[in-house]
Design a protein around this ligand. Structure first.
Ligand SMILES: [Cu+2]
Length: 480
């Protein structure tokens, strides 16, 4: 947050409440801006009903002003510069200095008033995805309201009627505005103990989003429908995504919404979770079963609950392996299995930077320092205590520690596995695998037919017989 608006949770709301005069009450709440892509600490509520606040991954919660029992928020839709990961800044559209916009946290039954100021170069609206509200507050431009013109401020007001996991985004020139990063998270906390909502010690949230930004440029291409090259959580790509740091024994909730153009099977290592809620509300207990991956379709939200009882650094990622990669060339030939040693050295005499990808797989990409244009990211990156992690995009870690303090969300560093609990190198004898023996036997001619399958199963071809293979001519199937 910048100095002008940084009051630091308690102080911010206290100052606002004390200084609101009759005149000021009629005025707009001053918008709070955020200048950094860091994960902000939870915003503990100073006014209204208490609740256990969420932590937005590489994001923050928008402070509010209490105005005669109405929670007032001020969102400013505007162009922003978002650091996708160190080394790459994207020119996006967002709210209050960042993309995604700030998380809005309220309590079931709260009356909420949101001022939306449009500082974009075109009109916009906000749709409150998943909310029960009056039809005229639903934010579909042209259908429920006139779109908010450039430079104007509109007001949305409704009661947050049901607790749950929601999001907000424009419903005006959606293709462009969502491709540019306009979206935000919304959490409505239950007002009392809720039979379907378990109390948790840690509550995280983030949105799945994707961008198509040509290496070397900074602005996403809004016309792209499927061929995105940056797969992000809250407009961050690994290694720019913060880890989810918890204390061993914590009951943990992670809320995820999908505003990309494809589904994402989100996978957690080392633990089982249940889907405890969707954007339709908390799930009935009879509908819950253990999972380690949950697929989140476009426009869906999933809320997962689990007990973090295993210490360690656990990978947490989208299971589509291309979504744990950062931008890669799309016209790269497949070199797996092609031995081009010698060739590279010859070409490098002419083109010093020349490199060939993936003769033995793509793992080389994790360690080679290939020159890349400014304003893009290495395809796979991130270094752990044992070498390159070889991940990008939608990847992070759940860090479970016995000695993490309650309420401490700081990164505890890398986990050191206790002695004798880590995969290790076998240094004993290696017996010849059985398949090599059979191949050796086949090469010696003692397994007839393994390399030269017989034409007729009933009459094995004796060794030494020349086979005549009849192939159809181009476009012709005559003769067979
Ligand atoms: Cu994915």
């Amino acid at each position: 947050m910048n100095r002008r608006n940084f009051f630091g949770g308690a102080a911010m709301t206290a100052v606002a409440a004390a200084s609101v005069s009759r005149v000021a009450m009629a005025a707009l709440p001053e918008p709070v801006m955020m200048g950094k892509p860091d994960t902000a600490p939870p915003l503990v509520p100073q006014t209204g009903r208490p609740y256990n606040p969420v932590v937005t991954l590489n994001g923050w919660t928008l402070p509010w002003r209490m105005n005669q029992n109405v929670k007032e928020f001020h969102l400013v839709a505007e162009p922003v510069v978002r650091e996708i990961a160190p080394g790459m800044n994207a020119t996006l559209w967002g709210y209050n200095g960042q993309s995604p916009g700030p998380t809005i946290e309220v309590v079931e039954g709260d009356r909420v008033r949101i001022f939306l100021t449009n500082k974009l170069p075109e009109h916009t609206t906000i749709h409150w995805h998943g909310q029960r509200l009056p039809n005229g507050m639903d934010g579909v431009g042209g259908l429920n309201q006139k779109a908010v013109p450039v430079g104007k401020t509109y007001v949305y007001e409704f009661v947050a009627r049901r607790p749950g996991t929601f999001m907000y985004h424009p419903h005006a020139d959606e293709m462009t505005q969502m491709a540019m990063g306009m979206m935000g998270f919304w959490v409505t906390h239950p007002k009392d103990k809720h039979p379907l909502i378990q109390e948790v010690q840690r509550d995280f949230c983030f949105l799945l989003n994707a961008y198509d930004i040509d290496p070397g440029s900074t602005t996403p291409m809004p016309n792209t429908m499927t061929d995105f090259n940056l797969w992000t959580w809250n407009s961050r790509a690994f290694p720019g995504i913060d880890s989810l740091n918890v204390r061993q024994g914590d009951q943990v909730r992670i809320r995820i919404g999908n505003l990309t153009m494809t589904n994402h099977p989100i996978h957690l290592h080392g633990h089982e979770f249940v889907v405890s809620g969707t954007d339709g509300g908390p799930t009935p207990p009879g509908s819950r079963w253990p999972e380690v991956t949950t697929d989140i379709a476009v426009g869906q939200m999933r809320q997962i609950d689990f007990l973090a009882d295993e210490e360690g650094d656990w990978a947490f990622h989208c299971h589509k392996s291309h979504h744990t990669m950062n931008p890669m060339g799309h016209d790269v030939p497949n070199m797996i299995g092609v031995d081009h040693r010698g060739l590279v050295a010859k070409i490098q005499k002419l083109v010093p930077d020349y490199m060939v990808m993936g003769e033995r797989g793509m793992a080389d990409m994790g360690e080679m320092q290939m020159p890349i244009p400014d304003q893009t990211l290495p395809m796979m990156t991130g270094t752990g205590p044992y070498g390159p992690i070889e991940m990008g995009g939608m990847f992070s870690m759940l860090k479970v520690r016995r000695d993490q303090k309650p309420g401490d969300y700081s990164n505890p560093g890398w986990y050191r596995q206790p002695a004798g609990t880590q995969s290790f190198e076998w240094t004993g004898n290696l017996p010849e695998p059985a398949r090599f023996q059979s191949e050796a036997a086949a090469a010696a001619g003692t397994v007839p037919g393994l390399h030269n399958p017989p034409v007729h199963a009933s009459a094995p071809t004796p060794p030494g017989t020349t086979l005549t293979v009849r192939k159809p001519g181009a476009g012709s199937h005559r003769g067979h």
